[in-house]
Design a protein around this ligand. Structure first.
Ligand SMILES: [Zn+2]
Length: 383
């Protein structure tokens, strides 16, 4: 169906920012993500947040059918001073010291090993470059292909494989460059608690997170991701959580996007949109309990692109987060970017044959969240 697509044009390219130094972060082996060897297993897992997953993301974008729509750029390290726009000096010092002492498990499953800190700085700096490319009007669509992920990293706390909040730093850069309203839509299967925490008292940043209902998972992640965590002070109403029932699939996610995310962004009118993208909401992810397929990721990408064209003059930054199935995460990324490019006919078909979805319960929950927003969120009263 290639002949039906418009050919790539300078207006419809994704500018991908990537530095291979991020592959040096190695979180080790163990029972899944624990780093623990019980002594009675013949074969241990590589940590799920490993370089193989990103190698496949890079190669599918270089060699898959979307390759003609991509312009590649390098990355750079963030300066320590840049990190302080989102993180506290004490926390950054803790990470610097952990790096000097040749590594440490900073919190559960989150290992800063030799090579990790350099990868963190590259991930943060490369995401800043991708945002700056948009702010400087060199492009409308940018994608930061980075790891370690960032959206659980709070101003003073590492969490969930994340050390530095790459998306949060990019959002702060947009604010510091004069943007008054930035929206972050987080579709990683886990609550984007770090980004939420960073902007919890701000009405300049609307954070919306669609995630499985996982609640707090320990001292590094005290937030619950429930609908009543809505922000504080000036930020009251500007953190919107969409905890979707476990098992939600393509139709449930698209319903949530159309019923909840689209009206909220229409009211908020962001100047830049950040899609915080994790493929761990896919049906096969070892870390997630949701059932998205390539079809769902494609539709989410299209909806976000439409919102960017309507409200933010097309300005959209995509930031890579989780996604731990070594092959299927790459396919889902490809589908997401096809959607962001607003390609009507799919370039790449789904390699996996069968996915059940029972959407009834998801839709009831989404309708209840919509009612809660109308009753409780001042700027959405007339949703
Ligand atoms: Zn995740």
């Amino acid at each position: 169906m290639d002949h039906l697509q418009s050919p790539p044009s300078p207006q419809n390219l994704i500018h991908v920012f990537y530095h291979e130094g991020i592959l040096a972060h190695n979180a080790g082996t163990g029972v899944f993500d624990s780093g623990f060897d019980p002594g009675f297993l013949e074969v241990l897992d590589g940590h799920p947040e490993n370089s193989d997953r990103v190698r496949n993301m890079v190669s599918i974008l270089r060699r898959g059918p979307v390759k003609d729509y991509i312009k590649w750029h390098g990355g750079r390290r963030a300066e320590i001073s840049e990190l302080l726009s989102f993180h506290t000096p004490e926390y950054i010092e803790e990470l610097v010291q952990a790096n000097r002492s040749r590594g440490k498990e900073i919190c559960a499953g989150t290992f800063l090993n030799p090579g990790s800190w350099d990868a963190c700085l590259l991930a943060a700096g490369t995401t800043l470059l991708a945002m700056k490319h948009i702010l400087d009007q060199h492009a409308k669509l940018s994608y930061a292909l980075v790891r370690p992920p960032g959206h659980h990293a709070q101003p003073s706390q590492a969490d969930g494989y994340c050390f530095l909040n790459n998306a949060g730093l990019a959002i702060q850069l947009a604010l510091d460059s004069g943007c008054k309203r930035v929206a972050a839509v987080d579709i990683d299967v886990h609550y984007g608690n770090g980004t939420a925490e960073g902007f919890y008292r701000s009405n300049n940043v609307l954070t919306i997170s669609l995630h499985m209902s996982h609640g707090s998972w320990g001292p590094s992640h005290p937030q619950n991701g429930t609908i009543d965590e809505v922000g504080e002070g000036d930020g009251f109403g500007y953190n919107l959580n969409v905890p979707l029932p476990n098992g939600t699939g393509d139709e449930g996610y698209v319903y949530a996007m159309n019923r909840l995310v689209v009206p909220a962004l229409r009211k908020f009118e962001p100047e830049v949109i950040v899609l915080v993208a994790g493929q761990d909401s896919s049906a096969f992810d070892p870390n997630g309990r949701q059932c998205l397929t390539m079809t769902g990721y494609h539709k989410i990408g299209q909806i976000i692109r439409t919102l960017a064209d309507l409200y933010s003059n097309g300005r959209l930054l995509v930031v890579q987060e989780g996604g731990y199935h070594v092959t299927y995460a790459a396919y889902c990324l490809h589908a997401t970017l096809e959607g962001v490019l607003d390609l009507q006919d799919r370039l790449l078909s789904d390699p996996i044959a069968y996915y059940p979805e029972d959407k009834g319960y998801s839709i009831k929950v989404i309708d209840a969240i919509e009612k809660y927003w109308r009753d409780s969120i001042p700027f959405l009263k007339e949703l």
